[in-house]
Design a protein around this ligand. Structure first.
Ligand code: ADP
Ligand code: MG
Length: 257
Protein backbone atom coordinates (compact mmCIF):
# COMPACT_ATOMS: atom_id res chain seq x y z
CA UNK A 1 0.00 0.00 0.00
CA UNK A 2 1.31 3.43 -0.88
CA UNK A 3 0.83 6.03 1.78
CA UNK A 4 -0.71 9.12 0.19
CA UNK A 5 1.29 12.24 0.64
CA UNK A 6 0.17 14.66 3.29
CA UNK A 7 -1.88 17.56 2.09
CA UNK A 8 -2.09 20.96 3.60
CA UNK A 9 -5.46 22.00 4.94
CA UNK A 10 -7.57 22.46 1.86
CA UNK A 11 -8.89 25.89 1.25
CA UNK A 12 -10.64 24.70 -1.86
CA UNK A 13 -14.25 25.60 -2.29
CA UNK A 14 -14.85 22.58 -4.46
CA UNK A 15 -18.09 20.87 -3.63
CA UNK A 16 -17.04 17.33 -4.13
CA UNK A 17 -19.32 14.52 -5.13
CA UNK A 18 -20.25 11.70 -2.79
CA UNK A 19 -17.27 10.23 -0.98
CA UNK A 20 -15.61 7.49 -2.99
CA UNK A 21 -16.50 4.52 -0.88
CA UNK A 22 -14.76 1.66 -2.52
CA UNK A 23 -11.29 2.68 -3.58
CA UNK A 24 -9.20 4.48 -0.99
CA UNK A 25 -7.82 7.08 -3.37
CA UNK A 26 -4.91 9.29 -2.54
CA UNK A 27 -6.31 12.70 -1.69
CA UNK A 28 -6.23 15.13 -4.56
CA UNK A 29 -5.24 18.71 -3.83
CA UNK A 30 -8.84 19.79 -4.27
CA UNK A 31 -10.19 17.15 -1.91
CA UNK A 32 -12.45 18.56 0.79
CA UNK A 33 -11.24 18.41 4.39
CA UNK A 34 -12.14 15.29 6.35
CA UNK A 35 -14.04 17.48 8.81
CA UNK A 36 -15.29 21.03 8.76
CA UNK A 37 -17.26 22.36 11.71
CA UNK A 38 -18.38 25.95 11.51
CA UNK A 39 -19.88 27.87 14.42
CA UNK A 40 -21.20 24.74 16.07
CA UNK A 41 -23.24 25.18 19.20
CA UNK A 42 -24.65 22.33 21.24
CA UNK A 43 -27.13 22.87 24.02
CA UNK A 44 -28.36 19.96 26.13
CA UNK A 45 -31.68 20.23 27.94
CA UNK A 46 -33.77 23.37 28.19
CA UNK A 47 -34.75 26.16 30.53
CA UNK A 48 -33.00 26.03 33.90
CA UNK A 49 -31.39 22.70 33.07
CA UNK A 50 -29.75 24.02 29.92
CA UNK A 51 -26.09 23.09 29.44
CA UNK A 52 -24.08 24.71 26.67
CA UNK A 53 -21.61 21.95 25.79
CA UNK A 54 -20.19 23.58 22.64
CA UNK A 55 -20.17 27.26 21.93
CA UNK A 56 -19.40 28.48 18.43
CA UNK A 57 -16.85 25.76 17.95
CA UNK A 58 -14.94 25.77 14.68
CA UNK A 59 -12.59 23.00 13.63
CA UNK A 60 -11.18 21.82 10.34
CA UNK A 61 -9.31 18.53 9.98
CA UNK A 62 -7.44 18.09 6.71
CA UNK A 63 -7.21 14.86 4.78
CA UNK A 64 -4.59 12.64 6.32
CA UNK A 65 -4.33 14.84 9.40
CA UNK A 66 -4.30 13.59 13.00
CA UNK A 67 -5.59 16.13 15.49
CA UNK A 68 -5.27 15.69 19.24
CA UNK A 69 -8.18 17.27 21.10
CA UNK A 70 -7.18 18.15 24.65
CA UNK A 71 -9.25 19.69 27.40
CA UNK A 72 -10.47 19.21 30.94
CA UNK A 73 -13.31 16.90 31.85
CA UNK A 74 -16.66 18.39 30.85
CA UNK A 75 -15.13 20.73 28.27
CA UNK A 76 -17.12 19.26 25.36
CA UNK A 77 -14.71 16.74 23.80
CA UNK A 78 -17.11 13.81 23.63
CA UNK A 79 -19.88 16.10 22.44
CA UNK A 80 -17.66 17.36 19.62
CA UNK A 81 -16.79 13.80 18.54
CA UNK A 82 -20.43 12.73 18.72
CA UNK A 83 -21.46 15.61 16.46
CA UNK A 84 -18.58 15.06 14.01
CA UNK A 85 -19.51 11.39 13.83
CA UNK A 86 -23.22 11.94 13.31
CA UNK A 87 -24.27 10.50 16.67
CA UNK A 88 -25.75 13.82 17.73
CA UNK A 89 -27.14 16.82 15.88
CA UNK A 90 -25.66 20.24 16.53
CA UNK A 91 -28.10 22.79 17.91
CA UNK A 92 -26.62 25.38 15.52
CA UNK A 93 -23.86 25.48 12.95
CA UNK A 94 -22.63 23.45 10.02
CA UNK A 95 -20.90 20.07 10.02
CA UNK A 96 -19.31 18.61 6.90
CA UNK A 97 -17.51 15.29 6.76
CA UNK A 98 -15.49 14.43 3.69
CA UNK A 99 -17.25 17.21 1.81
CA UNK A 100 -20.74 16.09 2.77
CA UNK A 101 -22.98 18.36 4.80
CA UNK A 102 -24.46 16.18 7.54
CA UNK A 103 -26.13 19.01 9.44
CA UNK A 104 -29.66 18.18 8.39
CA UNK A 105 -29.54 14.48 7.67
CA UNK A 106 -32.48 12.38 8.81
CA UNK A 107 -31.89 9.63 11.39
CA UNK A 108 -31.74 6.92 8.72
CA UNK A 109 -29.41 8.99 6.53
CA UNK A 110 -27.20 9.51 9.59
CA UNK A 111 -27.11 5.79 10.23
CA UNK A 112 -25.92 5.18 6.67
CA UNK A 113 -23.42 8.00 6.99
CA UNK A 114 -21.98 6.55 10.21
CA UNK A 115 -21.62 3.11 8.67
CA UNK A 116 -19.82 4.30 5.59
CA UNK A 117 -17.86 7.40 6.51
CA UNK A 118 -16.72 7.40 10.13
CA UNK A 119 -15.16 5.04 12.64
CA UNK A 120 -15.42 5.28 16.42
CA UNK A 121 -13.09 4.03 19.10
CA UNK A 122 -14.32 4.69 22.61
CA UNK A 123 -12.60 4.87 25.95
CA UNK A 124 -14.27 1.73 27.19
CA UNK A 125 -13.80 -0.86 24.53
CA UNK A 126 -17.26 -2.04 23.65
CA UNK A 127 -16.60 -5.27 21.83
CA UNK A 128 -19.34 -7.84 21.60
CA UNK A 129 -18.33 -10.24 24.43
CA UNK A 130 -19.55 -13.47 22.82
CA UNK A 131 -17.88 -12.85 19.44
CA UNK A 132 -14.25 -13.53 18.62
CA UNK A 133 -11.84 -10.78 17.62
CA UNK A 134 -12.40 -11.65 13.94
CA UNK A 135 -16.17 -11.69 14.35
CA UNK A 136 -16.10 -8.32 16.09
CA UNK A 137 -14.63 -6.89 12.88
CA UNK A 138 -16.98 -8.77 10.58
CA UNK A 139 -20.06 -7.66 12.47
CA UNK A 140 -19.53 -4.20 10.94
CA UNK A 141 -20.05 -5.67 7.51
CA UNK A 142 -23.03 -7.71 8.59
CA UNK A 143 -24.72 -4.62 9.96
CA UNK A 144 -24.84 -3.43 6.37
CA UNK A 145 -21.94 -1.03 6.41
CA UNK A 146 -20.82 -1.91 2.93
CA UNK A 147 -23.65 -3.52 1.07
CA UNK A 148 -21.60 -4.10 -2.04
CA UNK A 149 -18.78 -5.80 -0.20
CA UNK A 150 -19.28 -9.50 -0.23
CA UNK A 151 -18.51 -11.75 2.68
CA UNK A 152 -15.20 -13.04 1.38
CA UNK A 153 -13.85 -9.55 0.76
CA UNK A 154 -14.88 -8.54 4.25
CA UNK A 155 -13.18 -11.61 5.68
CA UNK A 156 -10.00 -10.84 3.74
CA UNK A 157 -10.05 -7.28 5.04
CA UNK A 158 -10.61 -8.43 8.61
CA UNK A 159 -7.67 -10.84 8.35
CA UNK A 160 -5.45 -8.13 6.89
CA UNK A 161 -6.36 -5.64 9.62
CA UNK A 162 -5.89 -8.18 12.40
CA UNK A 163 -2.50 -9.05 10.93
CA UNK A 164 -1.44 -5.38 10.72
CA UNK A 165 -2.58 -4.85 14.29
CA UNK A 166 -0.47 -7.77 15.49
CA UNK A 167 -3.50 -9.89 16.29
CA UNK A 168 -3.26 -12.61 13.63
CA UNK A 169 -2.82 -15.32 16.25
CA UNK A 170 -5.61 -13.89 18.41
CA UNK A 171 -8.31 -13.71 15.74
CA UNK A 172 -10.24 -16.60 17.25
CA UNK A 173 -10.09 -15.33 20.84
CA UNK A 174 -13.03 -13.87 22.71
CA UNK A 175 -12.56 -10.38 24.21
CA UNK A 176 -12.28 -11.98 27.67
CA UNK A 177 -9.26 -13.92 26.38
CA UNK A 178 -7.46 -10.73 25.29
CA UNK A 179 -5.47 -8.16 27.23
CA UNK A 180 -6.70 -4.58 27.51
CA UNK A 181 -4.26 -3.42 24.83
CA UNK A 182 -5.29 -6.23 22.50
CA UNK A 183 -8.96 -5.41 22.97
CA UNK A 184 -8.28 -1.78 22.12
CA UNK A 185 -6.48 -2.95 18.96
CA UNK A 186 -9.52 -5.01 17.97
CA UNK A 187 -11.64 -1.89 18.45
CA UNK A 188 -9.26 0.03 16.16
CA UNK A 189 -9.55 -2.70 13.54
CA UNK A 190 -13.31 -2.56 13.76
CA UNK A 191 -13.29 1.21 13.28
CA UNK A 192 -11.22 0.78 10.10
CA UNK A 193 -13.30 -2.00 8.50
CA UNK A 194 -15.25 0.34 6.26
CA UNK A 195 -12.39 2.60 5.13
CA UNK A 196 -13.83 5.64 6.89
CA UNK A 197 -12.67 9.13 5.96
CA UNK A 198 -12.45 10.08 9.62
CA UNK A 199 -11.90 8.07 12.78
CA UNK A 200 -12.89 9.51 16.16
CA UNK A 201 -10.92 8.21 19.13
CA UNK A 202 -12.45 9.24 22.45
CA UNK A 203 -9.76 8.76 25.12
CA UNK A 204 -8.58 5.50 23.56
CA UNK A 205 -5.78 4.98 26.05
CA UNK A 206 -7.29 6.10 29.34
CA UNK A 207 -7.92 2.53 30.46
CA UNK A 208 -4.37 1.42 29.60
CA UNK A 209 -1.13 1.85 31.48
CA UNK A 210 1.22 4.43 30.03
CA UNK A 211 3.45 2.02 28.12
CA UNK A 212 0.51 0.27 26.47
CA UNK A 213 -1.14 3.61 25.88
CA UNK A 214 1.95 4.75 24.05
CA UNK A 215 2.01 1.62 21.89
CA UNK A 216 -1.65 1.98 21.02
CA UNK A 217 -1.29 5.61 19.97
CA UNK A 218 1.81 4.76 17.97
CA UNK A 219 -0.22 2.08 16.21
CA UNK A 220 -3.11 4.47 15.62
CA UNK A 221 -0.72 6.87 13.92
CA UNK A 222 0.78 4.16 11.71
CA UNK A 223 -2.61 2.84 10.67
CA UNK A 224 -4.00 6.30 9.91
CA UNK A 225 -0.95 7.43 7.94
CA UNK A 226 -0.77 4.19 5.93
CA UNK A 227 -4.33 4.78 4.75
CA UNK A 228 -4.45 8.53 4.50
CA UNK A 229 -7.27 8.47 7.03
CA UNK A 230 -7.91 11.47 9.25
CA UNK A 231 -8.39 11.22 12.96
CA UNK A 232 -9.33 13.14 16.06
CA UNK A 233 -7.81 11.68 19.21
CA UNK A 234 -9.33 12.96 22.43
CA UNK A 235 -6.89 12.71 25.28
CA UNK A 236 -5.99 14.13 28.67
CA UNK A 237 -2.49 12.88 28.17
CA UNK A 238 0.00 15.41 26.93
CA UNK A 239 2.49 12.72 25.89
CA UNK A 240 0.02 11.40 23.37
CA UNK A 241 -0.10 14.71 21.60
CA UNK A 242 3.40 13.90 20.26
CA UNK A 243 1.78 11.45 17.90
CA UNK A 244 -0.62 14.01 16.49
CA UNK A 245 0.08 16.45 13.67
CA UNK A 246 -1.64 19.22 15.60
CA UNK A 247 -3.10 19.77 19.06
CA UNK A 248 -6.34 21.65 19.57
CA UNK A 249 -7.38 22.79 23.04
CA UNK A 250 -10.95 23.05 24.18
CA UNK A 251 -12.29 24.65 27.33
CA UNK A 252 -15.88 25.27 28.38
CA UNK A 253 -17.09 24.26 24.93
CA UNK A 254 -14.87 26.76 23.18
CA UNK A 255 -12.01 25.78 20.94
CA UNK A 256 -8.97 27.86 21.77
CA UNK A 257 -7.51 29.69 18.83
P1 ADP B 1 -15.88 15.89 27.92
O1 ADP B 1 -15.96 14.75 26.97
O2 ADP B 1 -14.87 16.93 27.54
O3 ADP B 1 -15.69 15.44 29.33
P2 ADP B 1 -18.73 16.22 27.36
O4 ADP B 1 -18.85 16.53 25.91
O5 ADP B 1 -19.03 14.83 27.78
O6 ADP B 1 -17.29 16.67 27.89
O7 ADP B 1 -19.68 17.19 28.17
C1 ADP B 1 -19.71 18.59 27.97
C2 ADP B 1 -20.77 19.20 28.90
O8 ADP B 1 -22.06 18.75 28.51
C3 ADP B 1 -20.62 18.79 30.37
O9 ADP B 1 -21.02 19.88 31.14
C4 ADP B 1 -21.59 17.65 30.51
O10 ADP B 1 -22.04 17.53 31.83
C5 ADP B 1 -22.70 18.06 29.55
N1 ADP B 1 -23.40 16.90 28.95
C6 ADP B 1 -22.85 15.91 28.21
N2 ADP B 1 -23.76 15.05 27.77
C7 ADP B 1 -24.96 15.50 28.26
C8 ADP B 1 -26.30 15.05 28.14
N3 ADP B 1 -26.63 13.96 27.46
N4 ADP B 1 -27.25 15.76 28.78
C9 ADP B 1 -26.96 16.87 29.48
N5 ADP B 1 -25.72 17.36 29.60
C10 ADP B 1 -24.73 16.68 29.01
MG1 MG C 1 -15.64 12.68 27.26
Amino acid sequence: MTPPSATSPSTSTSTSTEPAVNQPEPPSPSAPPALRMVDVRKVYGSGDGEVVALDHAALEVARDEIVALVGPSGSGKTTLCSIAGGLLHATEGVVEVDGRDITHLSPSELTDFRRSSVGFVFQTVNLVPFLTARENLLVVNELGGRRNRNGSRARARAEQLLDELGLADRAGNLPSQLSGGQRQRVAIGRALMNDPALVLFDEPTSALDSKLGDQVVHLIREEMKARGTSAIIVTHDDRITHYADRTVHIEDGRIQA
